[in-house]
Design a protein around this ligand. Structure first.
Ligand code: ADE
Length: 242
């Protein structure tokens, strides 16, 4: 999978050299190219922002550096890339979206800063190809860089070969719509906290049943909206009466 990132802070993406993603890069499973937007700003100060048309607070990213940077990335692409602009105004990123995006051969991330990017940049590339605005949650970051790192990590670990043991991907929170059950290791007792005896029983069916029950219970407590009506223990009749 090829990943291109356009940003005014390339240093953020040094984090992609670490851990599993760093290894995946070394092994050629993901091919990451980080581009400095300021290389495409040609005035003395390499300006990438300007005051908002119509007035108001803050600054808006100018279209010209974005146009030059993205045209360069698209010209190099062998596939028809999907361009993602991280934005609190976008659709919400989920595990389902991560699975969908892990199938793409080429993703381009455009990291906005300040009050955002001139709307005409989105319009231009949406007219020429595929563009999605994506939010990683209902809070405001200073820019798209941290959101991009979160998305790249969630997507790239689903690319075949990146995670050594693919079975570990199946049992995680959100993969089956539930939160993951609690995990334990040795010793069996630590500071008077014991590993639940069922996990030491060797009874695989009982362990699987316990884990499922824990997943449902945890999801009911923390994220009830993820459960189906049946899993929430609500009867259809009660719902119909409401
Ligand atoms: N940029 C600023 N806040 C963001 C968020 N929550 N998700 C994606 N991009 C952002």
């Amino acid at each position: 999978m090829r990943l291109d990132v356009v940003t005014i802070f390339p240093g953020y993406f040094d984090a992609l050299e670490l851990s599993l993603l760093g290894k995946a890069k070394q092994r050629g499973l993901i091919d990451v190219h980080v581009h400095d937007l300021r290389d495409h700003a040609h005035d003395k100060h390499r300006t990438v922002d300007d005051t908002p048309a119509g007035g108001g607070a803050g600054m808006v990213m100018k279209p010209e550096p974005w146009g030059e940077a993205l045209d360069g990335v698209l010209a190099e692409s062998e596939a028809e890339p999907l361009i993602i602009f991280p934005s609190p105004a976008g659709e919400v990123f989920t595990q389902r979206m991560a699975r969908e995006l892990a199938e793409e051969p080429h993703l381009v991330f455009g990291c906005g800063r300040y009050e955002g990017i001139d709307q005409r940049v989105f319009d231009e590339y949406a007219a020429r190809g595929r563009v999605r605005l994506v939010s990683i949650g209902d809070y405001i970051l200073n820019g798209g860089e941290v959101a991009t790192i979160a998305m790249v990590e969630a997507i790239a670990r689903l690319v075949p070969g990146v995670v050594g043991n693919p079975e570990s991907l199946v049992e995680e929170s959100h993969e089956d719509g539930l939160l993951e059950y609690p995990s334990y290791t040795k010793p069996a007792s630590w500071r008077s906290h014991d590993v639940p005896p069922v996990l030491l029983s060797g009874n695989h069916a009982a362990i699987a049943a316990w884990r499922e029950e824990q997943s449902i219970e945890r999801t009911r407590r923390v994220r009830p909206e993820l459960l189906s009506r049946e899993q929430r223990g609500e009867s259809r009749a009660r719902h119909a009466a409401e």
